[in-house]
Design a protein around this ligand. Sequence first.
Ligand SMILES: [Zn+2]
Length: 475
Amino acid sequence: MGNRLLFRLIVCALALCLGSCSGSMLIRPSVQPEDGYLIRGVRVFTGLPGMPLKENMDVHIKGEKIVRISPERLEAPGARVIDGKGKTLLPGLTDFHTHITGGMIVPWGSIMPTMRFNFEGCLYSGVTAVVDMNGKTAEEMNEIASDIEAGKIMGPHLFSCGLGFTGKGAHPMPMLEKLKEKYPWFVHPFFPEIAIEVDASAGMDRLEKQLAAKPDFTKIYLDDLPDGTPKMKAETVSEIVRRSHEQGIPVLIHIGRNEDVKIAVESGADGIAHNVYKEPLDPSIASELARRKMFVTPTVYVFHNLNTFVNDRNYTHYSPLEWETMHSSAVKALKNPEPYNEPKGDSWSDYYRNFRETYTGVLHPNVKALKDAGVTIIAGTDAPNLGIAAGGSLHVELQHLVEGGLTPQEALISATSEPARILREVFRKNVDFGTVEEGKGADLLLVNGDPTKNIRDTENIAAVFFRGSLVDRSH
Ligand SMILES: [Zn+2]
């Protein structure tokens, strides 16, 4: 017993050390005043289709809810009053593509995982919900999500797939091989599994095991990354979708090319992770996505950033909010890059060259092609992959969606009411966020300016509320 107590004390001490070493001081919890908060005279972006904007409103937040939104002056004597003049109140943002338990990967290596810091970066930036696209096992992810909901961990609402499924030797396995070259001592035997390799005859027991743990969705990888590596067979994709749907679990498929989307569409999957990024999106495939009401998270910025990294060798292009939401070790790595040289003829160097010559040029037009076809576009970052900051970089993704042809209002909807609708209708989750309405959950972002006119105003954050409480951002 004494030994166990000692062991627990050591574990606690280590946890505390890791907590402070990981720089987890971006935000602090705060206590809600007796009568909550009263935001006066604020412009409200409701997120509601057809009527997103309301001018000069008083908004009263109490407990975990928005209790009143009124054009008349509201009174709440015990509330903390926040001046909303010149500001816009938005629903908290949802990032529909994260790897929130992981560290940042840069071309010359990898920065150790800092899940808590990623969580804090999200709340600091007004990202109040994330959909995680491959991290730890479904059991572990579910436990983290319930610790967040119970208030044991400060972090955004978390939805996750557990581990993703991929073909034998398919993405992300070559990435792991590359990491092994750099960190042979680290990867084996301690490096956790990064995806589950399956084919039609083997690995379905792993799927059944994960489905039994009730992940929020299933993720499949279907992308030759780097170019020319194997991919999962179409019949295996269909089998995974069939088995997941049988248990009421939706499926999202990571794709790279039109042919991958075709397989995803034919499998009956629910959504597409990334957009076609290796070639122009085929308009007939885009129409089919729209017809089947499949949604797409284009993740423009992460691909754009990969090119900035490996071809432009620029690592310091970030916005102030992104720098603020990057872990100190990431900042250090980006500001002091190590030289790296891809060996000639290496498949990764081909992949990088293709980014420069083709891929980067199709990213924005392919967003336009989705919009023109009427496909539901959802914002996601892939953070903290490839120099993308959890939290801060979602704001930059919105700017890329606008560059791709969305109006600022459409970009805001892609990160607020639409992801919430997908979570309700496709994931069958009982979420009460995503719009600014009376009776809804108070996950809110208050910004200076008007992001419906200038999307960059989302970065000019005045306040963040999570489950009704003001997030203390005075780090
Ligand atoms: Zn990803």
